[in-house]
Design a protein around this ligand. Sequence first.
Ligand SMILES: NC(=O)c1ccc[n+]([C@@H]2O[C@H](COP(=O)([O-])OP(=O)(O)OC[C@H]3O[C@@H](n4cnc5c(N)ncnc54)[C@H](O)[C@@H]3O)[C@@H](O)[C@H]2O)c1
Length: 432
Amino acid sequence: MVVAGQGRIGIQVALAAAAAGHVVTGFDTDEEVAGRLAAGRLPADLAHLERALAESTDEARYHATSDEAEIGNFDIAVVAVPTGTGQGATGEDHGPTRQGPTCLGPPDLSCLDAAIASLARHLPAGALVVVESTVPPGTTRGRVAPALEAGSGLVAGHDFAVGFSPERVDPGNGTWSLATTAKLVSGIDATSRERCASFYRSFVEEVVEVDQLEAAELAKVMENGFRYLNIAFVNELSVVARASGVDINQALDAAGTKPFGYMAFRPGAGAGGECLATAAAYLASWAGSAAGARLSLMEAAAHIDAGRGAALASRLEELLSGIGKPLQGSTVLVAGLTYKSDIPSTARSPGIRLANELVSRGAMVLATDPYVTEDPQLDPAVKVVRALDASVSDITVLVTAHSSWDLAALAQSTSPVLDLTGALTGPSVHRL
Ligand SMILES: NC(=O)c1ccc[n+]([C@@H]2O[C@H](COP(=O)([O-])OP(=O)(O)OC[C@H]3O[C@@H](n4cnc5c(N)ncnc54)[C@H](O)[C@@H]3O)[C@@H](O)[C@H]2O)c1
């Protein structure tokens, strides 16, 4: 079998399938990615899989390549290439520009189209092609299957099967893995769905068959869209609550005692990572193309999220005024530039958005993160420093609570600390 795309998702699927006995070719157009895997190396956050990579390679059940000629004659192909919005979804961290997020931009399915074209050129009769990449509902049947037919001369549903099984991996989540998270499977017809289910049952504990393909596609973007909406909801509430003197954290603790019909979301830095904003954009795009409708709630959430940096800058301004300083000219240390703790990705990073917003308001901005020394999204005026040392700034804002940091020491800072994570308590610590 072949897995097209050997990034964070594709390599996990490839190694799980190899461990289950499949003989896997990991195809990635990026020569560096394929070369790194061939040399037995994985990105730092996937280092725990290096043993599985070595074993599968030694037993000739896995090899990586960037040469399309090597993907021929497969029985199953899984597609895990990047999908996103706007221009340039070419791989890692295709996030917002310095000017702000492009979260409800048009879908960019160029990598998916290219991967499908590669597979179509080699598609054997009898094969199953499964899309794992996140897509707008309707894409697998309306775009992928016809492209496979056009490139191969075969007929979908007759000569080959087409399935969809959305990825649900949560980077850095030590509890839920590919093997233990229920996996949705669907297909363009019952045979495609059943073949897809049988493939994933070889390495996933719970496989859930969804009759309607478009419902499975919608389920994936709904899951992330739900999160995107709720993050915007609680962040907007936190601004209103502060303005009216209500303690949002007490309100959330109180609401959290309700055992049904409520799910807690905490105010924070904003929606980070590629998946949430992509899902919101795909839902909006699908509503427009499938029903001529607008998803006004998604648009409102995107608007709130785009303004999150400004809202946080105002909160910092308020705290600084408490010690007699204006934001303009003050030194602010932004702690946390990845979009969540203990992972290296800066995709749509709220910390970066905040740092850039503070620069635009005239603050002297220092930033620190154990995973980031530079990033093209950062305004050049932001100075990246190595240590988390609150004494170098007038105020510190903790955006992500990396476990390698001495948070107890930060909590004892003599200058104010705005904690967006809920990880700190101390005399100088302030919350939203
Ligand atoms: N990373 C996550 O946590 C996560 C979670 C859920 C869903 N997803 C979805 O899974 C998909 C893959 O995400 P990812 O995080 O693994 O992306 P990634 O950027 O880490 O890796 C994708 C890989 O695909 C390669 N690629 C690009 N075009 C290709 C082509 N035409 N043929 C072969 N390889 C090609 C890239 O070089 C890259 O190495 C996306 O649709 C994403 O939205 C990701």
